[in-house]
Structures are given as C-alpha cells and as structure tokens.
Design a protein around this ligand. Structure first.
Ligand SMILES: Nc1ncnc2c1ncn2[C@@H]1O[C@H](COP(=O)(O)OP(=O)(O)OP(=O)(O)O)[C@@H](O)[C@H]1O
Ligand SMILES: [Mg+2]
Length: 238
C-alpha cells in the first residue's frame, strides 16, 4: 500500500507537434509538500497543464488515487480533487472577495462542502473574512494572492497545485505567500508547488524534483537537494 496520491509514469506531452515532456516520473505523497524546480522553459508549467488535463497525455500514465486519469477531461479531474490555485491576477476583479471564493466551489463535491471550506479559508486568512464584500480588484497584491489560494481551497482539493505563486510579487509579499503555504502544510493539505524561488521552496518542501529540458534531472528529499552540488551551483547561486 503506497501513500502516493499522485504517480506519474513516463509522461510525454507537448504542443502540437512539439514534444516538451520526455518521460517524466514523479510522485506526490499524501499530506506532503512536493516541489518542482527548474530554469525558465524547462517544462514545469507544461507538466502542470498535463496533470490538470489542459494538455493531452501523449504517452505514459497519470495515476491519481490509484486511478489512471490521463484520458479524463480537466473538469473530471477537478471533480476528483485535483485543483490548481489560479494566478492572483486572474481573479474576477469586479466581483467581491466572497463571490471569487464561491466560484472556487465549482464542482459538485466542493459545493457540498462550501460552508466547511469557507470556515477553513477564514481560519487561515482572517483578513478575507473582514473583506468579503470588497471587490477583488481593489485588494492589495498580497491579499489577492490569499484570495487566489482561498479560491483553490474552496475546490475541496485532495491535491492543490501552485504554479509560481510568488511570481511578480514584492519580497515581503513573497514571504507572505510562502507563510500561507506553510500554514496549509501544517493543516495537512497535500500540495505540488512549482517555484523559481528555489531557496524558499526547498526550505518549506518535503520532497523535490529538478527539471531541465523536459526531463527530471534530480530528485530527492528537499533537505538533501539543498546540499546537492548541482542544485547549489545552478539554482541557489552558491
Ligand atoms: N503554447 C505553447 N506552444 C508551443 N510551445 C510552448 C507553449 N507553451 C510553452 N511552450 C514551450 O514549452 C517549453 C516549456 O515551457 P514551460 O512554460 O513549460 O516552461 P516553465 O518551466 O514553466 O518556464 P517558466 O519558469 O518560464 O515558467 C518552452 O520551450 C516553451 O517555449
Ligand atoms: Mg512556468
């Protein structure tokens, strides 16, 4: 019996005729924070799209809770509990914080847990409760990111996926986002995190993968990756 919620085997995918992912093997353990790091263009976002189902699986398997989901459309994967945190700038700016959160509960399973999930979001981010009627577009950059994470949580995720949640944020806000992810980790939320901020992401993660040219080059416990010479030289600048 494995406690992997997600197991990716020999995954190949790409855009049109162009192959980007070349046989990815990756697993995510329940209640753990797993990170994928790698330079620009190494294929991280492409991998997340293949997992979410917005890009087709050409070859290989994506096993979620023991079931091969690689042929399922995105909404069915979401229904199974595979949820991506939207980018903060992609919130509905003219809608209130509450309405944005509510939209996160778009699956049947999530709607059934709407009240409980809302309470969970408020317990993590009390400020959102005070700002429920405020238009999302008038929230600060950091607050918007909390709304985005909150919206992801409203989807009742069994696995919550982040693609560069700290991108474009000022250093103080970057720290706030990482603190929020750490809080989720303490609550036992299973997460897959793509980040360019290798230093911070390895500091809070349990396990990590290093991608280059559409392949996994290195994997291991986050604490070991931090000490890995190649990771240090290429991604940590030390
Ligand atoms: N829609 C697309 N059509 C064709 N090629 C694409 C498309 N999107 C991305 N690519 C290519 O796929 C490769 C991997 O891109 P991807 O966005 O997955 O990288 P990434 O690791 O997420 O990079 P970044 O750190 O900059 O976000 C790149 O060579 C990119 O140019
Ligand atoms: Mg990307």
């Amino acid at each position: 019996m494995t406690d992997n919620i997600l197991e990716i085997e020999s995954l190949e995918s790409g855009y049109g005729e162009v192959q980007i992912l070349w046989g990815i093997n990756l697993h995510v353990q329940k209640s753990k924070l797993t990170t994928v790091i790698g330079s620009n263009g190494s294929g991280k976002t492409t991998l997340m799209k293949a997992i979410m189902g917005t890009l087709p699986t050409w070859n290989g398997k994506i096993i979620f809770e023991g079931i091969d989901i690689s042929r399922l459309p995105p909404y069915k994967r979401a229904e199974q509990g595979l949820i991506m945190v939207p980018e903060g700038r992609l919130l509905f700016h003219d809608m209130s914080v509450y309405e944005n959160l509510e939209m996160g509960a778009f699956t049947k399973r999530a709607r059934a847990h709407l009240k409980k999930n809302l309470e969970f979001v408020f317990s993590l981010f009390p400020r959102l409760k005070e700002r429920l009627d405020q238009k999302a577009g008038t929230m600060s950059g950091g607050e918007r990111q909390m709304v985005a994470i909150g919206r992801g949580l409203m989807g009742s995720p069994k696995l919550l996926i982040f693609d560069e949640p700290s991108l474009g944020l000022a250093p103080k806000l970057v720290l706030e986002v990482f603190e929020a992810i750490e809080k989720l980790k303490k609550e036992g939320v299973t997460m897959l995190l793509v980040e360019q901020n290798v230093h911070l992401s390895l500091a809070i993660s349990d396990y990590g993968y290093v991608m280059a040219e559409g392949k996994i080059k290195i994997e291991g416990e986050a604490r070991d990756l931090k000490e890995n010479d190649e990771v240090k030289k290429t991604y940590l600048g030390i």
